[in-house]
Design a protein around this ligand. Structure first.
Ligand SMILES: Cc1ncc(C[n+]2csc(CCOP(=O)(O)OP(=O)(O)O)c2C)c(N)n1
Length: 320
């Protein structure tokens, strides 16, 4: 806490609130049939994206997942362009062709969300290899879920990153479920972090609903990577408050379990800390909340006023 300025702490609070309000707005728009397809909400996991991105320099890279809105916002994406993308508009990050799972923003070092589970892991490893060869001093953070730790590319990538001592931090967002499959049923080890040992890299478990703990853990891993000492596997234990995607009635978990995790909501928890430490008053936090409400309304207005792609150009920019 001591090494963080008030400005940075308030930035962290604002980003968490932006992620929450963005996804709640997206949920509302879905229910009104204004967004089509599917999407995966990040509500409940905000502390992982924000604590992690707060540990990075602006030139560093991230790779994201199918649940990527939070990563994009924490790395500095333009919320107007994100909203436009979800509404299929020409002003969106992929000119409205990609939607929720394909937001990429190279200007902020975000190498892209990804609909294929685990596919960001080799991409991040490749980016880190490029940084090492170029000696550009950049670190790549790779976000992925607990479901991704059982795919081959996870194991291949961690092995190579360790052999070559690449500047990469693997951040596993263990939100307890891969669709309807609980992590206990699908994964042999109790803590995913122990898999770091197989590849001779540190594996650390962190409370993923505590933004400061995430910041501190990832900062240490980033510093290690920047010193040329190689990768780290961070397991951030957290929970998604909503279902897997839009059509999930959550029959595989109990309402009691959900309530237990919601009591650990990372946003009020951080707000209480900021008040306790006299970093911000209730009124100051409220004014941040109001500012973000306004930001969301403006983003929606921008998206609604943006043009749809022209029908004759619909296949333009589509490569697969
Ligand atoms: C290679 C691959 N297999 C299966 C799917 C279908 N699928 C989409 S999301 C998902 C679960 C992912 O769970 P996890 O990695 O834990 O991320 P979370 O959704 O919990 O954030 C699956 C199996 C896919 N998109 N890609």
């Amino acid at each position: 806490m001591v090494e963080l300025s008030r400005e940075k702490l308030l930035w962290m609070y604002q980003k968490m609130v932006e992620i929450r309000k963005f996804d709640l707005k997206v949920d509302e728009l879905f229910k009104k049939n204004m967004i089509w397809g599917t999407c995966h909400l990040y509500v409940g996991e905000e502390a992982t994206a924000v604590g992690t991105c707060a540990a990075l320099e602006s030139g560093d890279y991230i790779t994201s997942t199918h649940r990527g809105h939070g990563h994009c916002i924490a790395k500095g994406a333009d919320i107007k362009r994100m909203m436009a993308e979800l509404l299929g508009k020409e002003t969106g990050y992929c000119k409205g062709r990609g939607g929720s799972m394909h937001i990429v923003d190279v200007s902020t070092g975000n190498l892209g969300a990804n609909g294929i589970v685990g596919a960001g892991i080799p991409i991040a490893t490749g980016a880190a290899l490029a940084s090492k060869r170029r000696k550009d001093g950049k670190v790549t953070v790779c976000f992925f879920g607990d479901g991704a730790v059982n795919v081959g590319p996870f194991h291949e990538s961690l092995n190579m990153a360790s052999i070559w001592k690449l500047p990469v931090v693997y951040v596993c967002e263990n939100n307890q479920y891969a669709m309807s499959t609980s992590v206990q049923k699908a994964t042999a080890v109790r803590d995913i972090a122990v898999r770091g040992q197989s590849y001779d890299m540190p594996g650390v478990v962190v409370d993923g609903n505590d933004v400061i703990a995430v910041f501190e853990t990832v900062s240490e891993a980033v510093n290690r990577a920047r010193r040329g000492e190689g990768p780290t596997l961070v397991e951030s234990k957290t929970y998604r408050f909503f279902g897997h995607s839009k059509s999930d009635p959550r029959v595989y978990r109990s309402r009691e379990e959900e309530q237990m995790w919601m009591a650990k909501d990372p946003i009020p928890r951080f707000a209480n800390l900021l008040k306790e430490k006299e970093i911000a008053t209730e009124e100051e936090l409220k004014s941040i909340d109001e500012l973000v409400d306004k930001e969301m309304e403006e983003a929606l207005e921008f998206a609604l006023n943006s043009p749809l792609p022209k029908l004759e150009e619909i296949a333009k920019y589509v490569y697969a």
